[in-house]
Design a protein around this ligand. Sequence first.
Ligand SMILES: Nc1ncnc2c1ncn2[C@@H]1O[C@H](COP(=O)(O)OP(=O)(O)O)[C@@H](O)[C@H]1O
Ligand code: SF4
Ligand SMILES: [Mg+2]
Length: 329
Amino acid sequence: MAPVLEARDVSKHFTVRSAVGSTSVVRAVEDATVALEPGEIVALVGESGSGKTTLARLLARFYEPTTGEIRLDGAPANGATRAYHRDVQLIFQDPFGSLNPLHRVRYNLERALRLHHGVRDKAERNRRVEELLERVSLTPVEQFIDKFPHELSGGQRQRVVIARALAVEPKVLLGDEPISMLDVSIRLEMLNLLNRLRTEDGLALLYITHDIASARYLCDRIVVMYAGRMVEGGPKEDVIANPRHPYTRLLIESSPDPARAVDDRAELFGAEAGELGEPPSLIDPPAGCRFHPRCPFAMDVCRTEAPPRTEFPNGQWTHCWLHEDEGEG
Ligand SMILES: Nc1ncnc2c1ncn2[C@@H]1O[C@H](COP(=O)(O)OP(=O)(O)O)[C@@H](O)[C@H]1O
Ligand code: SF4
Ligand SMILES: [Mg+2]
């Protein structure tokens, strides 16, 4: 199937100015390539600071790539237009961020319908708002429709955010850690809701997380990022059962129990980060393979040259010098 949304060799460098006026460049995302097909859930996994949010913002066209290209339906996407956001919706980690706190749930949803679909008829808008609330299981709808965002629980608020994204009828949802601020007890429910939307609407979903266990539960394919670069990807079961990149292996081994859908050790990777060591600064990232200072297998070449991509017959791929002579070339 043709991808609906694609990033091709996308990089994003931020120029930052220090208090004394000197400038430096943060290499937040480097040569990232990812494609989403309709009805597919791809998990983007990586520790905090690995460039996940930056990539999501590039895909949503809130940032212009420094180099590389974003493609929607096979054509280069230009600018963050309303038409673009009719197809590609980004859900933030913090549900407060995307709702207008001064307005009730009804207004927040109606506004999306008006803006993107020009639904002017009041009765029709009301019907659509009720339908949206039902779809995200905020029922009975009368209990929620006239509430203000602050009158809802975190989970209810994130459901409203999802309903708002659905009001636009997008082809792609980019979920930037959409469950990480929610209570552990409702995370699984939210994952099931996202899964249902993919099945019912054929939505493509990029599920961004630092938690490989929830990625495993939800996604079809996994892409692993480390320090701004993609290091490995492929079908979920293959990547989990047979990780090729030492960093992926480390992530899986340090996850207390990857078989469990949603771990109650809330910040799975956060809690483990100390043991994993610190990810490097992206102002002056390590040369060659960015993982080499932490890698038990590092060789001379790893310190100077970025590893090429090796593809395996099962659809798995990695950037690691250990696999240079394997795969399909
Ligand atoms: N607007 C920005 N200006 C400068 N640096 C940024 C900006 N946004 C992100 N960064 C830096 O880019 C790197 C990746 O950040 P981010 O994409 O937020 O990672 P993640 O979502 O994986 O935690 C971090 O080092 C972060 O400090
Ligand atoms: S390229 Fe080298 S340093 Fe990087 S993960 Fe592979 S073996 Fe380790
Ligand atoms: Mg982030």
